[in-house]
Structure formats: structure tokens, C-alpha cells
Design a protein. Sequence first.
Length: 188
Amino acid sequence: TFKREELMQEVQMHMSERRFQHVLGVEEMAVALAAKYGVSEEKASIAALTHDYAKERPDEEFELIIKRDGYDQDLLNYGNPIWHGLVGASMVQRELGIDDEEILEAIRLHTTGAAKMSLLDKIIYVADYIEPGRNFPGVKEARKLALVDLDEAVAYETKHTLLHLIEQEHKIYPKTIETYNYWVVRKA
Ligand code: DGI
Ligand code: FE
Ligand code: FE
Ligand code: FE
């Protein structure tokens, strides 16, 4: 498996410079959150560096893997936004040799979240949203929450992402709804 420098180089080769800068921002934020919440900083670093590894792969490649590897075929009704983490984790595993299941799961869940999330899953989900390069209305509030209560940050991100998707009339992946029901509604 790779050292950080090698991993960075491998990831950089697979994406635009702009996206690579986003990845480095997610890493910075994820490592900081890992330190704060008592999670392995190394795992946070590796998961952050690889979370968008598959983001620039052609749709055809994802479709082939979804058909071949026993994924729920309903996934074919979605697209890269849903595939690059959920299916992309398998590319990270095969191509980068990362076999740590906690890291792979954090990659799988980084876009949609889930009802059941580990601390590492939450850290990657939130770090992706609040990395220093992000600039949207509400990002300051999300950054503030992340330093106070990670679960509140998950809830905030989930609610605002869903609002945005609905505003744009995008198709909602069922797991995204599950995340909303669990973290936004069920929360006391
Ligand atoms: O890969 P990033 O741009 O860093 O961020 P991401 O992986 O968190 O999100 C990718 C995109 O996916 C983002 O525009 C939000 C969108 N998304 C999240 N949940 C859903 C979704 N898109 C659809 N269509 N349905 C969802 O449920
Ligand atoms: Fe992503
Ligand atoms: Fe995200
Ligand atoms: Fe990302």
C-alpha cells in the first residue's frame, strides 16, 4: 500500500488540478476533525485523499462495474454524483490496494451519508462539505457546528444538501432520504 506522498501523486494523476486542491482541503479538514474527535488521523488522511478518486471516470466504466459486480441495479438510474463514492470505493480498493474496510466505507458514504455512520464516516462526509475551498451560503455555520457537535454538522449538511437537490429538481437517492430521516428528523 501507499505512503501519503505516493497516494497523493496517484490521486493527482486521476483528476483536474482544481479537484485535487479540493481533495487536499478535505484532507486538511478531515485530519483536524480526526484529532478533535479521537479518530485515526492516518485513516482520515487516506480516506480524504481517495474519496473523489473515481469522480472523473466515464459513466460507461461505472455502468460496467454495477452490472458485473452485483450492485443493486437501481443504481443505473443515477449517475456520477452517486456512483463516484459508492462504486468508486471498489476502484480505490482494486487500483490503490486500500483494503481497510473503515476507509472504504467512509468513501462509499461520503456523498449520501447513511443512518448508520462511524465517526470516520461522519468526518469525511462533513470535511467534504466544509473544506477551506468551499464557499456557499451556510458554509460558515457548518464549519462552526463541526467544531462543536459532529452530529449537528451531519444534520445541517444533510438538510441543506437535500433542500438544494429538491430546489434543482434532482432525483434523490433513497439512501439520502434515509440519512435525512435519521439525522435531521429523528434527532431530538
Ligand atoms: O464529490 P464532491 O463534489 O466533492 O461532493 P459529494 O460527493 O458530496 O457530492 C457530489 C454531488 O452529489 C453534489 O452535487 C451533491 C449530489 N448529491 C448528494 N446526494 C444526492 C446527490 N445528487 C442526487 N442526484 N441525488 C442524491 O441523493
Ligand atoms: Fe465526492
Ligand atoms: Fe459531500
Ligand atoms: Fe469531495
